[in-house]
Design a protein around this ligand. Structure first.
Ligand code: UD1
Ligand code: UDP
Length: 368
């Protein structure tokens, strides 16, 4: 590993929207440590400007040192292309640490490439489980957790999930790195973005929605029920719906109410500003469920399970699946609730300084 105090090289592997966002604070923290060099590798799993470039611009993420342009494809093709490309970079760089985030095909490819080369692997957002192996993300997480050397967990639940699978070494309970993003970018978002003007809605008078999970977009009947439910919600409250390209394509030909404002995906500052000024959020995103909690906005999750169980236990999140009436009832129940009466969850997933804690562990000279 060379002289650990004079140089330590980290390769950070990203490729999908939430990974660019999570990499922003970690890159900053890593590059602040003397002697640590970071190389950023972008697999190109996400490539549209509004799914990739906008985050680098808005969040000051360093330009990737490597771009693989793997693009879209079946799980096998996409993962294989990323695996082959990442391996080449790792062979050339021979880093001291490889970092992967979350649960996408980019995560899995990065993990496999690293461990096969015997390079120490760190997993950010380790231990999250839905216990639904039909989700591609669940498979990606389980495999990654079982080959990683360092496990950075957002919650006690994640630590327990790992322990239940026999993973107890190298486990660090560091909090949620998305809380860092909210801490760093929240005020800038509020100050810079005129949400009402841009989306034709008034602050505190609209619902925000996102939907992109394969289980919802690839099941036409489930998607039709979700759209019928939000169309009903929109009769009472306009709905802003920044649509992931996956759902945009899947919605083709399905009816959507006029007051549902379907827009292209928005930048991170716009998204934070929208979340902070919505009255209720409907989503199947992992990240957005937590951001709703941080914004103190109730959340209706369009799934039957969540990895972020604390949000549900605290009363800020309700699992509504894809049943039309259930979704509408969940929204109505929240609209009838005064959110100031819901519990204070400050610090539930850490204090917004997760990236510094991860960087400090990564920079320790001993091989994990
Ligand atoms: C992926 C992750 C998911 C994560 C999500 C974040 C996997 C298996 N899934 O899902 O866990 O929550 O990213 O957003 O890795 N597309 C475009 N332009 C783009 C990117 C995608 O048009 O820039 C379209 C393509 O038609 C593509 C489809 O979206 O086939 C799905 O993209 P993909 O990266 O395979 O999965 P996501 O649904 O984005
Ligand atoms: N996000 C964004 N613009 C959008 C939708 C989402 O910036 O139009 C951000 C959101 O604020 C969160 C992250 O993307 O930080 C969540 O990513 P996504 O929902 O794609 O994936 P998941 O978290 O479900 O893996």
């Amino acid at each position: 590993m060379g002289d650990p105090l004079s140089s330590l090289k980290v390769v950070t592997v990203v490729g999908a929207r939430p990974q660019f966002i999570k990499a922003a604070p970690l890159s900053l923290a890593l590059r602040a440590i003397p002697g640590v060099e970071e190389r950023l590798l972008h697999t190109g799993q996400h490539y549209d400007p509004e799914m990739s470039e906008v985050f680098f611009e808005q969040m000051g993420i360093p330009r990737p040192d490597y771009r693989l342009d793997v693009g879209s494809g079946t799980h096998g093709r996409q993962t294989a292309a990323a695996l082959a490309g990442i391996e080449e970079v790792l062979l050339a760089e021979r880093p001291d640490r490889v970092v992967v985030f979350g649960d996408t095909n980019t995560t899995l490819a990065g993990a496999l490439a690293a461990v096969k080369l015997h390079l120490p692997l760190a997993h950010v957002e380790a231990g999250m489980r839905s216990f639904n192996r039909r989700m591609p993300e669940e498979v990606n997480r389980v495999v990654t957790d079982h080959v990683a050397d360092l496990h950075f967990c957002a919650s006690d639940t994640a630590v327990r999930n790992l322990a239940a699978e026999g993973v107890t070494r190298g486990v660090h309970r560091v909090g949620d790195i998305l809380a860092d993003c909210v801490r760093v970018f929240g005020e800038a978002a509020d100050a810079r973005v005129d949400v009402a003007g841009r989306f034709g809605v008034a602050r505190g008078r609209f619902a925000l929605m996102t939907c992109h999970r394969a289980e919802n977009t690839d099941d036409r009947e489930a998607l039709a029920r979700i759209l019928a439910a939000v169309s009903r919600v929109a009769e009472r409250l306009p709905v802003v719906f920044p649509a992931h390209p996956r759902v945009r394509a899947a919605m083709e030909g399905l009816p959507v109410g006029e007051a549902v404002r379907v827009t292209p995906p928005v930048g991170y500052l716009e998204m934070l500003a929208l979340e902070r000024s919505a009255v209720v959020i409907l989503t199947d995103s992992g990240g957005v469920q937590k951001e709703a909690l941080y914004a103190r906005v109730p959340c209706v999750t369009l799934r039957e399970e969540t990895e972020w169980v604390e949000t549900v236990e605290a009363g800020w999140n309700v699992l509504a699946g894809t049943d039309e009436d259930r979704i509408v009832r969940a929204v109505e129940a929240f609209l009838a609730t005064d959110p100031s009466r819901l519990p204070d969850t400050t610090g539930l997933y850490g204090d917004g300084h997760t990236a510094e804690r991860i960087a400090a562990v990564l920079a320790q000279p001993e091989r994990p």
